[in-house]
Write a protein that binds this ligand. Sequence first.
Ligand code: ADP
Ligand code: ZN
Ligand code: ZN
Length: 731
Amino acid sequence: MPTELFTARPSLVSVAVDAPFAGLLDYDKGELSLTNGQWVEVPLGRRQVLGLVIAPDRLEGLVDGAEPVREVAADRIRQVTRPLTLLPVADPKWLDLMAFAARYYRRPFGTIAVGLMPKWLRDLKNYAEKTAGKKTNFDRLMEALGNRTDRDGFETGQAADQASAGEQGEPYGRSEPPLNSDQSAALDAIRAPGVYVLHGVTGSGKTRIYTEAARRCIASKPQDQVLVMVPEIGLTPQLVARFAAALPGVEIAVLHSEVSERERARLWLSAATGLARLVIGTRLSVMTPMPHLALIIVDEEHDHSYKQQEGMRYSARDLAVWRTQNVGATLVLGSATPSMETWAQIRRKKYQVLSLSKRATGEPPAPIQLIDTLKDPAKEGLCTQSRQAIARVLADDGQVLVFLNRRGYAPVLSCSSCGWSSRCLECGVATVLHRQGPATSTPTDAGHTPNRSINKWRLQCHHCGLESTVPRSCPDCGDADLSPIGRGVQRLEDTLAAEFPGARILRIDRDTVRQGKALAAEIEKIQRHEVDIVVGTQMLAKGHDFARMRLVVVADADTQLINPDFRAPERLFSTLIQVAGRAGRHEQSGAAARVLVQTRYPQHQLYRYLLAQDVSGFAEAELADRQTAGLPPFSHMAAIRAAYRDEAKTRHLLRLLRDHLQQFAAQNSWPVSAYGPVARYPEMQAGKWRGQIILESDSRPALHQLLATAEVWMAEHRELDCHIDVDPVEV
Ligand code: ADP
Ligand code: ZN
Ligand code: ZN
């Protein structure tokens, strides 16, 4: 037992390290006096590593059933090398968050608390003197932190904006119009600690509420810190500029995937020491230590990119809720289409909903119309009505957005003689035909026989990324007549170029834009009206403000409509509402703005709510369906996934696991059901068959207890390469 050992060996101390076992390690601290949350250097195997000291009274509940690993014989216990006193002692509330995340998402505590530290801070070389008495890299970093010039990851309001007001007492920035009554009411309501859902149609002025709430928070207490989370890096430049304008002189740390490792370390330290009052970042930023955290804002809270899909499969939104409650802070969840999880909490009166039902610019929402493709068939991807509408807007000097959520040229390449189609050798799914480089000036030439200019074409697997060349002829029958089937954005771009030769067309997707900065540059082109038609994927749907966008055409949403994933309707509805929100945001485009959706299923229930732009009506209907089916948010789910080369064996073992778990649950009267095994999509990846079983329960504690049992089994079947996903978003 821990206590005995501690009395027996008072110099023992428990240390978390980034290693794949659940417990902590014991070290001898010798004469050192170490406190809970202190960072240390310790030996591990033949290396020296970063460690985090955990006091004995804080051990309980750190990880389910995890006691320090004590197999080491007492005489082999090693010494703590040295304390790293320059690193700020970890805040107890932050340690709580790390412990909760580890327990809830079933990961070793050390891999979260230590393993998610910026890499630069985990690298002990940075704390070492190269020559005696000389400055370490860490010293230099601290100097940079104290020095207010030359910091690319920091924004200070002053630099970013002169126009806005910052003086105390001024209710809003001078450059911004006054808050409208809905905005003032919402801002006023966000007073007491708690969770608030800011449900506002696109363009209703949610961002203004965020900046004002942050300003009020930072102005009211000298130390209070604010965390702002955004789903994608592409959104940050615009957003950062707006916060900087609203908060002149305030230290803002922008954490995203494109900052250098050293910079990340510096920003982390600035947040951990309280210097940065505002942190803006993507999902990982929820883990940032912020000792004076008082307000969290999660923009587009429904967005699936808040869920990490590998390693610790956490939901940053859910952790933000937990963290808020643990520190007694305020959380604002903003969205035009809140998630079903959030609606359910609103119904249970756990969250308070604040609505912004009108656009802040006063423009009415652009009406949405369906085009029945049975009556007006899409030729080359576009219906006649869409072509005519595009032509009219272009003639009028307006901009058009054509949305198709499918990358590449065509989803599959097929042989018209024998029916062969291109497939990934690893995954077995269809490979997507991609054109390399820019579109040709004569799209018809490029369009139909890709093998005419083979070098420019590639087949790409969208699951594993594997690329291959396009065969000159059918590998099965030798016929040279291979044709692309279906349509991706590249092909649609060709159609548009052929149909509207005078128009300036810009395509935006993961192939043209790989970095946030690049996206920001493309967005600016649209805003400067250097582009007439924008054609693109999901990337375009979010957050951007285009003044002249008068028409949005949704080219094809039908594949998503028939997707069997229970979350597919929710996702599609939210995407369509977002895309529709790009039209007619300002007076230049407002009056005539329209949204056209081409579909074969105009009778579908989802479209009824879409046409009425009835977000809460859709949510009610969707929640009713979920409740009837016993699906989340009315039950809790976890997936246990395996990947192994032999399908039959994997299925067999997963079946045994399912039965074992079912029996165990029944014996203990835990209300958990186990289903499966079912194949995942795609079934094969890197030569392994992928399957899962699903656990479902009304009781989270019961579900987690059963997961602990599953982990024992998983440890005995390491060859299956299993992992657990708690609250999976794709089933
Ligand atoms: P959202 O974040 O809800 O999409 P934004 O905060 O980006 O909305 O606001 C949409 C547009 O309305 C922006 O151009 C913004 O400048 C403008 N806006 C915001 N608040 C007001 C207001 N109170 N009066 C006039 N225009 C406003
Ligand atoms: Zn063939
Ligand atoms: Zn593949």
